[in-house]
Each structure stands twice: as C-alpha cells, then as structure tokens.
Write a protein that binds this ligand. Structure first.
Ligand SMILES: Nc1nc2c(ncn2[C@@H]2O[C@H](COP(=O)(O)OP(=O)(O)OP(=O)(O)O)[C@@H](O)[C@H]2O)c(=O)[nH]1
Ligand SMILES: [Mg+2]
Length: 306
C-alpha cells in the first residue's frame, strides 16, 4: 500500500473553498487550469484555507540501517537483514497509518451522523465519469435535494469548477503526490464545507482503483464507478476495491454498441468478489439508468436522515 508505493511520502494536501476563491497561481495550487479561462475573479485564499500537511515521512523505515553490523562481516547477509528490518518497520508504519486513519474516520462518521448527513465516497479509475455523474445528479435532482461536494484530485480546481457551475457548494482537496483522500483531509474539507443538516455530501476521491479502497473517510457507503471502456475483468484484477464498495455504477453504457465489453461477465466477476454488491448500469451522459441510481440515493438519504 501507500508507504510502499511511495504516494504517502512527504505529501501535502491543500483544501480550497471555491466560494472563497483563489488567485490563479497561488503556491499550493500549481496548475489551476481553467481558472483564467473560466473568467472567474480570483483572490488570494487566506492561510487557513490552504493548509499544508506533511505526512508519513519514510525516515523511520531507514533508521536501523547504519548501526546494524554483523560480526562475521557477511555483506550479503547484512544486506538481506537490513531489508527484513525495513520491511517489518514499513508494515508497522502502514498499520499505524491505517489505525490512525480509522480513528479519524470514526470521528468524521460521528460528526456526520450527529447532523443526519449522508456522506458517500465515490471512487473509480481516472476518467470513469465520477464528475459527470455528479453534475448530472445535481442538475436532475435540483434544489429539492440538498447536495454538496468534496472534490479530490492531485492537482487543479477543474472538477470543483464543474460542480460549482451546477450551483452546488463545493470544496476542492488537492493531494499533491498523494493518490487517495484520507480521513484527515476529509475532516478539514467537511469543516470548510459546513454542509447543512439532513443533506448529502458526495466525496469524489482521487481517480485510482488501489489505495483509496484502504482509507475510510467516515462515509456511510463507498460507491464504485466502472466505465465499460475499462474492460470487464476489473473486478477480479482489483478485488479489494470491489469488495470495499456497496454499489457499483457501470457507467458509459451508451458506448456499448461500439465496444467488445461483456456486461454479464463483468457482473458475474463483481458478484464473485463481492456477492452483496448492488450493480446498476448507467450512462451519466445520456441519462439512461440514472433513475435507479437516484432511487438508491434517496433511500440511503432517508436512512441517514429519518
Ligand atoms: N460516452 C460517455 N462518456 C462519458 C460518460 N460519463 C463520462 N464520460 C466522459 O468521460 C470523460 C471523463 O469524465 P469525468 O466525469 O471527468 O471522469 P472522472 O472520473 O471524474 O475523472 P477524474 O476526476 O479525472 O478521475 C469525459 O470526457 C466525459 O464526458 C458516459 O456515460 N458516456
Ligand atoms: Mg472527476
């Protein structure tokens, strides 16, 4: 996981409230692509809206190396031993990171439950259609359905800008090198977002089918979007992600006539990995199948806000 793949290494995350807006080019934002072209007047974000977090330094996993020398001077042995140390320290570090994340996630869950807010964690590989799905959902359900959004991406405010264009309130988290959101980032974004009581918060995670599955944000449910252009074997190739999610939205079904994608096989694979998984076929572009998603959403929202 992340201490191994390196994505947690000395990263920093920035939370940007689009209603507070930013001046294009402020330090933490890097590429605020679209900021100028959208014609929005940006001003500088006050320091409490752009908070850097250092996370998970790797220094710990190297600490045994230099002073651990064997009497017999077997260089090869020494080398392997060093890696064993590093490996076990790395596993401990991973366990600590996940344990700490779990605590913060439970705190978020309590905070949300106390306000009767339904939070959903939307995950997929890059480009499966998370933001398109949210745009359409917000437009179709209208003001009668109170919905706010937390957007997660490594860089840019692009997705937050798209959500804001629908009229919904949105906060963007930029993770820098990080490939997933974690509970601390979600907590900061929720504080900034300040969602109303009895509402729904959609958290669009960073596009990635691996690490986001490991990090609980305090959501009520994880929703997976898989697009038909990705191939029907994804459930068995990324079983952890499919196991973690309660709902699969099989998106871009409008493209099926142009592809070789076996829907039945994909569903069979998903059920094999997660027999409890609900599966709905949708097109966020054409609107086909979206009513079933809205039905699922309404019933979950009713449970969170009795
Ligand atoms: N044909 C078709 N295209 C779609 C559909 N949903 C999304 N797209 C297209 O897929 C591309 C990616 O969509 P996004 O909504 O940006 O995907 P995303 O998952 O939010 O992407 P990241 O945030 O970058 O991970 C865009 O060109 C969309 O227009 C769909 O149902 N059908
Ligand atoms: Mg997106």
């Amino acid at each position: 996981m992340c201490t191994t793949c390196g994505c947690s290494n000395t990263r920093s995350a920035a939370v940007t409230d689009l209603d507070e807006a930013v001046e294009a080019g402020t330090q933490s934002q890097g590429t605020t692509a679209g900021a100028g072209s959208a014609g929005t007047a940006y001003r500088r974000v006050s320091s409490n809206h752009l908070v850097g977090v250092s996370a998970h330094s790797h220094s710990h996993s190297h600490s045994h190396h230099d002073d651990h020398v064997h009497d017999h001077g077997d260089v090869h042995h020494h080398h392997e031993h060093h890696h064993e140390h590093e490996h076990s320290t790395s596993i401990n570090l991973e366990r600590d990171i996940l344990a700490k994340n779990q605590l913060l996630a439970e705190r978020n869950r309590g905070w949300l439950a106390g306000r009767s807010i339904l939070a959903l964690n939307l995950m997929s590989s890059p480009g499966a259609g998370k933001t398109t799905l949210l745009e359409r959902t917000i437009r179709d359900l209208g003001n009668a359905f109170p919905l706010t959004v937390i957007e997660g991406d490594q860089a840019t405010l692009n997705d937050a800008e798209r959500i804001r264009a629908t009229g919904a309130r949105v906060v963007q988290i930029n993770t820098g090198t990080g490939c997933h959101l974690d509970a601390e980032m979600a907590s900061r974004a929720l504080t900034q977002l300040d969602p109303p009581l009895h509402s729904v918060v959609m958290i669009e995670n960073v596009g990635n089918l691996v690490c986001p599955a490991l990090f609980d944000l305090g959501e009520a449910a994880k929703v997976l979007i898989l697009s038909v252009t990705e191939g029907e074997d994804k459930p068995i190739k990324y079983p952890h992600m499919f196991r973690a999610c309660s709902l699969l939205l099989l998106n871009k079904i409008d493209l099926l006539p142009h592809l070789r994608f076996d829907v039945e096989r994909c569903i069979e694979y998903a059920k094999r990995v997660n027999p409890q998984m609900n599966i709905l076929q949708v097109s966020a572009q054409s609107g086909e199948g979206m009513e079933a998603w809205y039905g699922w959403l309404r019933s979950r929202a009713a449970t969170a806000s009795p």
